[in-house]
Design a protein around this ligand. Sequence first.
Ligand code: GLU
Length: 503
Amino acid sequence: MKKIRVRFAPSPTGPLHIGGVRTALYNYLFARKNNGTMILRVEDTDQARFVEGAENYIIESLQWCGIEFDESVTIGGPHAPYRQSERKELYKQYSDQLITSGNAYYAFDIPDELEQNRKEAEAGKKIFTYNAESRKNLRNSLTLSKQEVEKLLQEEVPHVVRFLIPEHTEVVMHDIIRGKVVVQTESLDDKVLFKSDGMPTYHLANIVDDHLMEISHVIRGEEWLPSLPLHILLYQAFGWEAPEFAHLPLLLKPDGNGKLSKRDGDRLGFPVFPIDWIDPLSGEKSSGYKESGYYPDAFVNMLALLGWNPGTEQEIFSMDELIEAFSLDRVGKSGSKFDPEKTKWFNHQYLIKKSDEAVAEEFNQILHAKNIQIADEKLVKIMSLVKERVQFVKDLWNETYFFFEAPQSYDEQVVKKRWNEQSAEQMKSLANLLATIEPFEAPIIDQAIKAWLEENQFGMGAIMNALRLLLVGAAKGPHLGDIMEITGKEETILRIKNGIERI
Ligand code: GLU
């Protein structure tokens, strides 16, 4: 069997959005599953769209996700360099080869003239395309004499090389996900392969590199499907065997209306980038999943299931499990709606799966930043009480602040509902009871309060709600016995006394 070699081939024209990460992920899973090789190739031939910092951003993002490469711009490999701008010299010969074989031609049209053609077509509600029809009336090596062409080339008149789309031909393609696709060449235009700036276009460089790098499977986004006929024709023109293709369905906005795009930034209320991105020109920041508090394995797990399904009910997959389960024939044809709530759900699942110790260690960093010291065992205990209640470690403070400091204020709604004329007296009496409890541990405290409630014929709900208000400042938090044990006897009594005065 042919050796499996796949590549992720981003253009550094900006940050990588989550759809791009998913493409990289599926390539990675496919490579690992099939003992293949995963390659990172940077496609930076479009100098006009180059964005400073984008390449680094892409590398860092994929690293954070745990998507690893065997050959890349940083690791190197048998087909180095892996950055197309550094392979610049290599492409011209292939462009020349196509000219010689009659599959491509020189075009000397002045950009302004082409623009004029475009405008005229538009005015007539038509679209101008450089094709079998129009090429006959334009300035190219098909219409000019051989001598004229030689002269223009010698004088280094700016020109491009265009692919000569064969006429009246049916291009038959096979896509692993979409099946057979047929296109008539009448619908295609003579794309530029080589630009006047001496750089190949994406189409030429992509095909040449996929061939030279011995790529066996091209797995990429569906937005490249319209380019597939041209790519297939290019392989045929070179006389090369084409790789297999799999075009992944789009990631859609949560409402299903259109594709999730880079421009969505934070506009929809959730990040579309793996890590924070600061635009080098505007300085504008778009937030990332990493900095928003997501675990990389939860993020990757979520992405894997956006377009692929394991064929079972299982939802939680480690990277190794994904590799084991992954196959391209379980990738769907239709777009997948991105679901920000489900993404949070995944993070919650990963958080509660962690040990209390591990979550405590993460939360401790937040406490350190607040200058709060706490004994490890105490923090671990707190985590065991509250970790089920949050989706992110950063949300733990809101569920635990009362373990570290007395309430600053008392929720007015709760005061209105839970505090009445008898409350102050009852709480004073309860404070006296608490003072006698030894050791001050949850089960013993619970026991004593229960007996005291019965003895005084007090309603459990009313008393405990008022007490919670004094200790927490709001109607939330875990079991009160646990809160009191961790807070300690002295502090508990102090909070009751202060609270009575302040409310
Ligand atoms: N450079 C292209 C991109 O930015 C790669 C497309 C492909 O994988 O062929 O998406």
